[in-house]
Design a protein around this ligand. Structure first.
Ligand code: G5P
Ligand code: MG
Length: 219
């Protein structure tokens, strides 16, 4: 079967958190642009070196770089049932993706800004896998260590308060219009809530409608 989806939402709205629950329940392949860029940064690849200049400032990486990077990642995807997280982030990226690949559903997480600002302070990530923790919510079993591999967790450089504000500004200006792009296509599903636990059951029930029982069993 084929199922192609995108998850949208402001920085720290819980895209990574909800995505990991989707992966667990539905087996979609999670392709997260930010996670992939961070791995490239630690490996000092050409795209990593270029992207770091923007990420550290809370700015979006230029569209031409991002479109090539993600189209290439999609070609590497193992199957055709995936969930794209963090891309597209501009209308121009959304149009480029639509030309390459039509989507089945776009999930948009709507979380109040004051909740977001609070969350990033306690975020810890396992860089190779993108697994995300929070000291207040979903704390790792052993502080500073990934639950699955036992490897070190890190705090993201772009999670300092000044950079977070810039990221939110960029989101308002450049990413919010992407929501309307998908609304016009008739494939947008919106989920409001203050916590991921409140949002998750609603996401799950929508996906159950999109992925018929038979296909869920196969995944
Ligand atoms: P990223 O990596 O895509 P953002 O800013 O879009 O970064 P981010 O920060 O990864 O998104 P998220 O995935 O939406 O956030 O949220 P998350 O990690 O799941 O949750 C945030 C924290 O809150 C975690 O600690 C989590 O445990 C906790 N949490 C979750 N739910 C709850 C809850 O209910 N309660 C509580 N208390 N806590 C909770 O992109 C990074 C940069 O890469 C570049 C840009 O520079 C970008 O800034 N980039 C691109 N540039 C251009 N185009 C693109 N397409 C790009 N993609 C990436
Ligand atoms: Mg994320």
């Amino acid at each position: 079967m084929a199922f192609r989806s995108v998850i949208l939402g402001a920085p720290a709205s819980g895209k990574g958190t909800i995505s990991s629950r989707i992966v667990k329940s539905f087996g979609l392949e999670h392709i997260a642009s930010g996670d992939k860029l961070r791995v490239n940064i630690t490996q000092n690849t050409p795209i990593g070196i270029e992207a770091k200049k923007y990420i550290d400032k809370g700015m979006l990486v230029p569209d031409n770089l991002m479109v090539n990077f993600i189209v290439n990642e999609l070609q590497k995807a193992k199957g055709n049932t995936w969930l794209l997280d963090g891309f597209p982030r501009t209308v121009s990226q959304a149009k480029a993706l639509w030309e390459v690949q039509k989507l089945d559903v776009v999930l948009n997480l709507v979380v109040p800004f004051e909740v977001i600002i609070d969350r990033v302070k306690g975020r810890w990530v396992h860089l190779p896998s993108g697994r995300v923790y929070n000291t207040d919510f979903n704390a790792p079993k052993i502080p500073g260590k990934d639950d699955i591999t036992g490897e070190d967790l890190i705090q993201r450089q772009d999670d300092n308060p000044t950079v977070v504000l810039k990221r939110l500004e960029q989101y308002e200006e450049l990413t919010k219009p992407v929501i309307d792009f998908y609304k016009d296509k008739g494939i947008l599903e919106e989920f409001e809530g203050k916590t991921s636990d409140e949002i998750w059951p609603k996401v799950k029930s929508v996906l159950q409608n999109h992925l018929p029982e038979r296909q869920q069993a196969k995944l």
